[in-house]
Structures are given as structure tokens and as C-alpha cells.
Design a protein around this ligand. Structure first.
Ligand SMILES: *[C@@H]1O[C@H](CO)[C@@H](O)[C@H](O)[C@H]1NC(C)=O
Length: 149
């Protein structure tokens, strides 16, 4: 006897349920991919799994595994970056450099990881201007020269 996938879903929902609605079924994909449109479904009181809908509202029967992507940095004041993509595939890199007179803080190169996150830290180009003001203020405060500020 063959059991239709829909029937299987119904059964597993009831089995898992054991009288408890709210049981959860989770979907898993290989590293570097994620289940779309959802990664889990919840059992409702009538024994059905919560519906699967695309962002457009169109219902689908099962999730697909989509590639993880890292969001590209789109702006770096006083610096350059490459490539200028909106999205990066796992394993690719984005590189950063600063204009002359500016120092790079953070990472000069970031790598898109399997989890869709970047390694390292957000790069910033700084010309030490603020740092010098901070130091001056600290010196003034330490000497109790409030009037100047
Ligand atoms: C990115 O990968 C390169 C090459 O493996 C490495 O040199 C660099 O340190 C990595 N960047 C970060 C921020 O981990």
C-alpha cells in the first residue's frame, strides 16, 4: 500500500501531536543552504501542519533549499571596496581600502561564511580627527578645565 505524502504529513502531525497541538516539524538543508519559505511548521488543533506560502502568497507543498548569501557592504566613507555586489555567495570575499590619509579599522577583507555571515568586523576609514579631539577632551577633563568646553 502506498500512502500519499499529504496523508503522511497528516499522520505524522497527529502522531507527534499526541494530543498536543503546537508540535513542531523542522526542515534542514546542507550547510550553506537554508529551507525556503520556512524552516519549520507547527501542528494545528485540527491535525494539519501550518500552511507553506511563498512571500507572494502562493501555497507550495514543501520547502526548497536555497543558497545562503551574505549582504554586501554598499558604502564606505573615504574608502573603496570591491566587488560592489548586493549579495555574495558563500566562499566569496569583499575587500576594502581607505583613501590616503585615512586608516582602516575593522577588516580589509571579509569572507562570506556558510551561515551567511561575514568574518571579521565592519571596516571604517578614519583620519584620526575624532581620536585627537577625544584625547584633547580627556586631557582637559582630567585637568578639571571644564570652562573651556
Ligand atoms: C578571509 O580569508 C582570507 C584567505 O583565507 C584570510 O587571509 C583572511 O584573514 C580572511 N578574513 C577574515 C576577516 O577572516
Amino acid at each position: 500500500m502506498t500512502v500519499s505524502p499529504a496523508r503522511l504529513l497528516f499522520c505524522s502531525c497527529l502522531l507527534l501531536r499526541g494530543g498536543m497541538e503546537g508540535s513542531v516539524m523542522t526542515y534542514h538543508c546542507d550547510p550553506g543552504k537554508f529551507p525556503f519559505p520556512v524552516s519549520y511548521r507547527v501542528c494545528s488543533a485540527d491535525g494539519d501542519w501550518s500552511p507553506l506560502r511563498l512571500p507572494s502568497g502562493r501555497p507550495v507543498s514543501r520547502p526548497i533549499c536555497k543558497d545562503m548569501l551574505c549582504p554586501g557592504q554598499l558604502q564606505l566613507d573615504n574608502g573603496e571596496f570591491w566587488p560592489r555586489n548586493q549579495w555574495f555567495q558563500v566562499g566569496t570575499t569583499q575587500s576594502f581600502s581607505c583613501q590616503e590619509g585615512f586608516s582602516l579599522y575593522g577588516s580589509a577583507q571579509r569572507n562570506c561564511t556558510l551561515s551567511g555571515e561575514w568574518t571579521g568586523a565592519t571596516p571604517i576609514c578614519d583620519d584620526h580627527g575624532e581620536e585627537m579631539i577625544q584625547r584633547l577632551l580627556t586631557t582637559l577633563l582630567m585637568n578639571n578645565i571644564y570652562a573651556v568646553i
